[in-house]
Design a protein around this ligand. Structure first.
Ligand SMILES: [Fe+2]
Length: 313
């Protein structure tokens, strides 16, 4: 059998305080489209054919619920499960048929060493047609996690799930599971949590149209427009209504497995001391705080205040 590994990023699941408000934001402003609704969960698709790239669950506290990756087929799901069990990783649910409301398929879930949930699946329903609108996200491009122990998380993604290191800077490891330069990046120094998620739009014009739609709806660009070093992708960053950082990105470097050599921290520090190849984009303080999880945490405290006041009245 081929190497046992995941082969793509499907999507992300978030807990949000207000399902209606978040769903409206992600559909009408961010540019996703409803694929399904099931009770307190909404499944949202991009313009690509993946069943959904974002699931939002109404919960008392906002946060990252899970990340979802694809495997080539059922046999690969079972092989990954066997490998993961052999390495002592915590399994949350064994391989089984998945609910039709979420696109069905066959998969299992497990936990990273720092407690994030990962779902791995195959044979998930695809939409018959892509949507032709370059100003809207076609897929989830990458998730960046804040980590406490970068070596441990790197070993988990590479040794357990079959990711490969694409590049490393002094602060971050970029790992891939497809030809995209990175589907996951690990950022030191903030404690375990979600740093940001990035959605790919088809081209630069689409990225600017999306950014225009956001600014017209009152969401300032918090970093960008710029072009990253590792990954070479063009970016604009925003803070969405729950306090999560969300990015439009395009022109992500495609890796040639035969020739790619990862750059290390010293290489990138010398090649690109400024974190934007174009030398213009500066991150706002608000974005830095949001990437650290501070805005989601502050919102959670306010939300809990509201709940406790309601319970007391
Ligand atoms: Fe990013």
């Amino acid at each position: 059998m081929d190497e046992v590994r995941v082969n793509g990023l499907r999507g992300v699941e978030l807990a949000v305080f207000d399902l209606k408000q978040s769903s409206e934001f992600y559909r009408n402003v961010w540019g996703l489209e409803e694929a399904n609704v099931d009770g307190d969960t909404a499944y949202l698709r991009g313009t690509g054919r993946e069943h959904h790239i974002l699931a939002i669950h109404q919960r008392p506290r906002a946060g990252l619920v899970a990340m979802s990756f694809s495997a080539r087929d059922k046999r690969m799901v079972d092989a990954l499960h066997a490998k993961v069990c052999g390495l002592g990783t915590k399994i949350l649910s064994p391989p089984k048929a998945l609910p039709g409301v979420a696109g069905g398929g066959y998969g299992f879930s497990l936990e990273t060493p720092e407690g994030q949930i990962i779902a791995i699946s195959a044979d998930v329903e695809q939409h018959a047609e892509a949507i032709l609108d370059r100003s809207r996200p076609q897929k989830l491009s990458h998730i960046v996690l804040n980590v406490e122990d970068i070596e441990k998380q790197n070993r988990f993604f590479c040794d357990v799930l079959g990711f490969r290191l694409s590049d490393a800077t002094e602060r971050m490891d970029f790992v891939r599971c497809s030809s995209d330069h990175h589907s996951v990046a690990l950022a030191r120094g903030h404690g375990a949590g979600l740093n940001h998620m990035a959605y790919e739009v088809p081209n630069f014009d689409g990225l600017m149209r999306g950014a225009g739609r956001m600014t017209q709806n009152g969401f300032n660009i918090e970093w960008g427009v710029g072009r990253h070093g590792p990954g070479d992708n063009i970016f604009t960053y925003f803070v969405e209504p729950n306090g999560f950082v969300t990015e439009y990105t395009t022109e992500v470097e495609q890796i040639d497995e035969a020739t790619h050599m990862p750059g290390d921290g010293a290489y990138w520090a010398k090649k690109m001391p400024f974190p934007d190849r174009w030398g213009m984009a500066t991150m706002t303080k608000r974005l830095r705080e949001a990437m650290a999880g501070d805005i989601v945490n502050a919102n959670n405290l306010r939300c809990e205040d509201i709940i406790s006041r309601k319970m007391a009245s």
